[in-house]
Design a protein around this ligand. Structure first.
Ligand code: SAH
Ligand code: SF4
Ligand code: F3S
Length: 440
């Protein structure tokens, strides 16, 4: 039996595409090899969001080259956003690569493998979804559902529109069927994926058009799914109906990841985010009004071209005011082919790093402060496995998407009540509540 090995870089979209790749390969009779050197088919699912992502992947390619030299019958494949961004150039730069394909082209990998082709092939059309392919899920009780592919935004720093194409939404009926099938297969938590989930459905024909809020309602009605999450919403399109849904739909979790990128309206304008600091804060106020306890997390870019000390201070001000439960912070990284890469006034690296340190300190302090609200409360925790630091304890996630390490009994996939006894900026600590659920 032939064996494959997949290394995945990048976001949840890529994680999910890799699940589809694995599912497809297993249906073709391949099995998964635990290590790359044991595989006949070596695959990389790549990301190109920042320069670091490229570098990380290229460092791994060296090993694939060595393994291919050792055994030339091995097949090396490169999929995902980096592959899409360089296209055929991949074969000139890395002649040992046999097949390359963009994010929407996972199914072409099967065609390639079936064709016994000896020449390198690239597949870079934007077409359709991997939705019809079987997925091999990482965890049986958690599932991803891609509601749309691509992105119609033109954020000036971002490579994604060029790697994933224009936005295309899947039909709501198809998504309901997929979620029903996941529920029947034991999935209790579903995460909906899209680059801008709030614009879901806008591209569908009028008679089939369903808004994101309506889609949430349809999926909430599916029996067996106890938690629904989504990523990412876009502040420009975040409407009251979606915010209300968090208050009204039992399975929609009390967590919103609302990417800020910058707290300065001038920088936001140059980023082409099409919202201002005021509009963003207004969305936050609306969330807090309808769902006061909602956890808020965000993405922030530090050192965008032309960002002044005053601009940066405005980012600090917004982070202070919002008090995020967590934030992903990134040093701005110029990307090939993007508008921002050609802007004057690129910020020196040392300045970016110094600003980043100040931001991270603030974000962590606020997250720690915010997390104290959970101490003394009993939260529903979906068990994911043993704690990473102490295997005698369990690790799970609250509806607020907080990692909870706790003492108690239970198996992965169970939802238990946990009394929270301590909180840091990153994690909560607790013990299975005295009002014990059956599992504890
Ligand atoms: N579609 C999602 C984000 C996808 S990329 C959204 O708009 O929210 C994830 C994050 O990577 C972005 O939110 C942004 O903060 C960061 N990012 C994207 N391009 C970047 C770049 N060139 N340099 C640094 N960070 C970047
Ligand atoms: Fe990139 Fe902006 Fe689209 Fe997000 S919304 S994927 S940051 S272009
Ligand atoms: Fe995701 Fe990276 Fe592509 S973040 S969309 S895999 S560039």
């Amino acid at each position: 039996m032939k064996r494959y090995h997949v290394t995945t870089f990048g976001c949840q979209m890529n994680e999910h595409d890799s699940e589809r790749m694995k599912g497809m390969l297993e249906s073709l009779g391949y099995s998964e090899a635990p290590r790359r050197d044991q595989a006949d088919l070596i695959l990389f699912n790549t990301c190109s969001i920042r320069e670091k992502a490229d570098e990380r992947f290229i460092a791994h390619l060296g090993e694939a080259k060595r393994l291919k030299n050792e055994d030339p019958t091995r097949v090396v494949g490169v999929g995902g956003c980096w592959a899409q961004s360089v296209k055929e150039e991949v074969f000139a730069r890395f002649p040992f690569v046999d097949v390359a394909f963009g994010p929407g082209q996972v199914h072409r990998l099967a065609e390639f493998l079936a064709s016994d082709s000896l020449t390198a092939q690239g597949f870079f059309e934007f077409e359709g979804f991997t939705g019809h392919l079987p997925a091999k899920r990482e965890r049986e009780f958690q599932g991803w559902v891609q509601i749309s592919v691509g992105c119609n935004c033109v954020c000036s720093y971002c490579i994604v529109p060029s790697t994933r194409g224009r936005e295309v939404s899947r039909l709501a009926g198809e998504l309901v069927t997929e979620v029903e099938a996941l529920a029947a297969d034991g999935v209790r938590e579903v995460t909906l994926l899209g680059q801008n989930v709030n614009s879901y459905g806008r591209d569908l024909p009028r008679d089939k058009r369903v808004t994101f809020a309506e889609l949430l309602e349809l999926l909430d009605a599916v029996d067996g799914v106890e938690r629904i999450r989504y990523t990412s919403p876009h502040p420009k399109d975040m409407r009251e109906d979606v915010i209300r849904a968090h208050a009204e739909l039992p399975s929609l979790c009390e967590h919103i990841h609302l990417p800020l990128q910058s707290g300065s309206s001038t920088v936001l304008k140059r980023m082409r985010r099409t919202y201002s600091r005021e509009r963003y804060l207004d969305r936050v106020a609306l969330i807090r009004e309808h769902v006061p306890d909602c956890a808020l997390t965000t993405d922030i870019i530090v050192g965008f071209p032309g960002e002044t000390e005053r601009d940066f201070e405005q980012t600090l001000e917004v982070a202070e005011e919002v008090g995020y439960d967590g934030a992903f912070t990134f040093l701005y990284s110029p990307r090939r082919g993007t508008e921002a890469a050609a802007l004057p006034d690129q910020v020196p690296h040392e300045v970016k790093v110094e600003r980043m340190e100040r931001l991270v300190e603030l974000v962590q302090r606020r997250a720690r402060e915010r997390a104290q609200r959970f101490v003394g409360r009993t939260l529903d925790v979906l068990i994911e496995g043993p704690s990473r630091t102490d295997p005698s304890r369990l690790r799970g996630r609250s509806r607020h998407n907080k990692v909870v390490n706790f003492t108690g009994l239970g198996s992965p996939g169970e939802i238990v009540d946990v009394l929270i006894t301590g909180a840091t900026s990153q994690t909560l600590a607790g013990e299975c509540s005295l009002v014990a659920t059956a599992a504890c």
